[in-house]
Design a protein around this ligand. Structure first.
Ligand code: SF4
Length: 262
């Protein structure tokens, strides 16, 4: 699952203007490009969990991505569940291309439950891993119909009984469809950024989620993951993060920053 944002980071222009003026001024005294490793010691990303820093981090993320929301098109919790299953190893844009026809052919959990696997596979082939995804969707539909009266359950415990649903999908459905913060969505962006920002050292997504749940106030769990996903897509990309444009730069000590003001 990834999310979309209605606008660019609110303070991007201001931040860019600020940061772009700094390299020249600081060039003589400070290391500027950590990716080269040629100037100055390389900082390591240890845990940085001071409450004031976390508060500032959340403030800046919220300010930069005030309208962050789920980018998977859906009209109800069931469609969100299916779209999230389809989004594994696939872009949201591709999923959004597939789901209109998919939901036209199979408009309800009952319709999915009665559909053959090849019929589902045919519709979702372009999202990749379609054999497994079709099995998950078919299994989830049958379980939702047989055990939950055709309605998507609203607890993590129940969601995890559905084929193809792990905590990430459960958190997406609970947070986006029901507004329930039972955990933090940890996708590849949240995982990478949480390391860079010193919020966890864990590698396993479940452990990362536990660390984030411990560090973040519960009322920010849902928005935090949306904001981090946007930031990971737009600025803090996997290779060569755009640190010079980053509103978090002055409070980030990631080892692989491409530019630093401190
Ligand atoms: S300063 Fe660079 S590494 Fe740190 S959060 Fe921003 S883009 Fe990512």
């Amino acid at each position: 699952m990834t999310t979309k944002v209605a606008k660019k980071p609110a303070n991007k222009a201001a931040t860019t203007a600020r940061t772009r003026t700094k390299p020249a001024a600081k060039a003589a005294a400070k290391p500027q490009n950590r990716s080269t490793g040629k100037s100055g010691p390389k900082k390591t990303a240890g845990l940085e969990l001071q409450p004031a820093r976390i508060e500032e981090l959340l403030r800046r993320l919220g300010s930069a991505y005030p309208n962050a929301e789920c980018a998977l098109h859906h009209r109800n919790p069931w469609e969100l569940l299916i779209a999230t299953i389809l989004s594994a190893q696939c872009t949201d844009a591709r999923v959004n291309m597939v789901t209109p026809e998919l939901f036209r052919k199979f408009p309800t959990p009952q319709a999915f439950a009665q559909a053959s696997l090849p019929a589902i596979e045919e519709e979702i082939r372009s999202t990749g891993f379609y054999h497994n995804k079709a099995k998950s969707i078919s299994g989830a539909a049958k379980k939702v119909v047989s055990d939950f009266g055709g309605r998507v359950p609203q607890t993590m415990q129940e969601l995890l009984t559905l084929p193809g649903v792990a905590r990430k999908t459960g958190n997406v459905v609970l947070g986006v469809a029901f507004g329930k913060a039972e955990g933090v969505v940890v996708d590849t962006h949240v995982l990478r950024l949480s390391h860079r920002l010193g919020l966890t050292r864990a590698e396993d997504p479940k452990r990362v989620e536990e660390d984030l749940m411990h560090v973040l106030p519960r009322d920010r769990w849902i928005a935090f993951s949306h904001e981090m996903i946007h930031h990971g897509r737009q600025i803090c990309v996997a290779r060569k993060p755009k640190c010079i444009d980053c509103p978090l730069e002055t409070i980030c000590n990631a080892a692989d920053k491409t530019w630093s003001s401190h």
